[in-house]
Design a protein. Structure first.
Length: 290
């Protein structure tokens, strides 16, 4: 279901805010592979200037623009993401064996120059700040926390919040607490462990958001496309396929932007047949604030 537009505007979108127009809506059947996000083979985990950080099971490598391998460092897991900041790189990994934390592997803080291990940390999701500093977060087992570390791996600050990190004008988090009913919000992290709460979300596990040029965050929240501004103000852009929060375990959402076009997809898993999926997708045009 797409909420109808009035006079070319989505109801609920205020004047001066981002707007969307739905160009196309599709629905198709798919197998289980449609549910799993995948990284293209050979794609780097992170890049900075002429350096690329790659990861495969058991090792992390840094390769320059000419294809020369600057260094290779062993690791005990499978690297899944990397973040670079001023001569340091933070690499999060999946474990090769099941642990009390599931498939969570160590988070490695490395020297970008030669791959030397600075320290080993614990966290599932990270983000780069300035001056060699990083955020690292973890959720589960009464942990719902984000920590800030400096370039030497020293703890600088911490917050009771976790989710998708948006770095720019301060630090914002689209929280993902995996609870029903969810208590996730879009928040801002302030110094001294202070969390400024913005709009409440309905999906306990929202997909990775998109960030627009003015800092607005696009969020797919239980089948509803929402925009949250830099001051944490909230606008509903389109009710694409509203889903009850207790049913969101069957859905996996994705957002992709190319120019002024936005593609939104919701992959729905059959409630009784886990090998059967339906992919709902929409192509939208983004209209900037006037």
């Amino acid at each position: 279901m797409v909420r109808p537009e009035e006079n070319g505007r989505t109801p609920g979108a205020a004047s001066g805010a981002w707007r969307v127009t739905v160009l196309k809506q599709e629905r198709r059947k798919a197998g289980p592979q449609a549910y799993e996000p995948s990284r293209r083979q050979g794609e780097p985990l992170a890049r900075r200037d002429d350096l690329r950080v790659h990861g495969t099971a058991g090792k992390i490598s840094c390769i320059d623009a000419s294809g020369h391998t600057r260094w290779t460092t062993p690791c005990s897991g499978v690297p899944n993401a990397a973040h670079i900041s001023r001569g340091r790189v933070l690499v999060t990994t999946d474990s090769l064996a099941y642990t009390p934390w599931g498939n969570l592997g160590p988070a490695l803080l490395l020297d970008l120059a030669d791959g030397t291990l600075i320290t080993e940390l614990r966290g599932e999701r990270g983000a780069a700040l300035g001056s060699g500093r990083f955020l690292l977060g973890l959720e589960g087992y009464d942990v719902f926390d984000t920590w800030e570390y400096d370039r030497d791996g020293t703890l600088v600050d911490s917050w009771r919040s976790y989710g998708h990190y948006v770095i720019g004008t301060g630090i914002r988090v689209v929280e993902t607490d995996r609870n029903l009913p969810t208590r996730s919000h879009v928040v801002r992290l302030l110094p001294g462990g202070t969390v400024e709460r913005g709009p409440l979300l309905t999906d306990p596990l929202t997909p990775r958001p998109l960030v627009l040029s003015d800092g607005t965050i696009l969020i797919l929240d239980s089948g509803v496309l929402r925009a949250v501004g830099r001051r944490l103000e909230d606008t509903v852009l389109a009710e694409l396929l509203p889903v009850a929060p207790e049913e969101m375990w069957r859905y996996h959402g994705r957002l992709h932007r190319a120019g002024d076009k936005l593609t939104v997809s919701l992959t729905e898993r059959h409630p009784d047949r886990p090998d059967k999926h339906t992919v709902h997708s929409w192509t939208l045009v983004l209209h900037p604030p006037r």
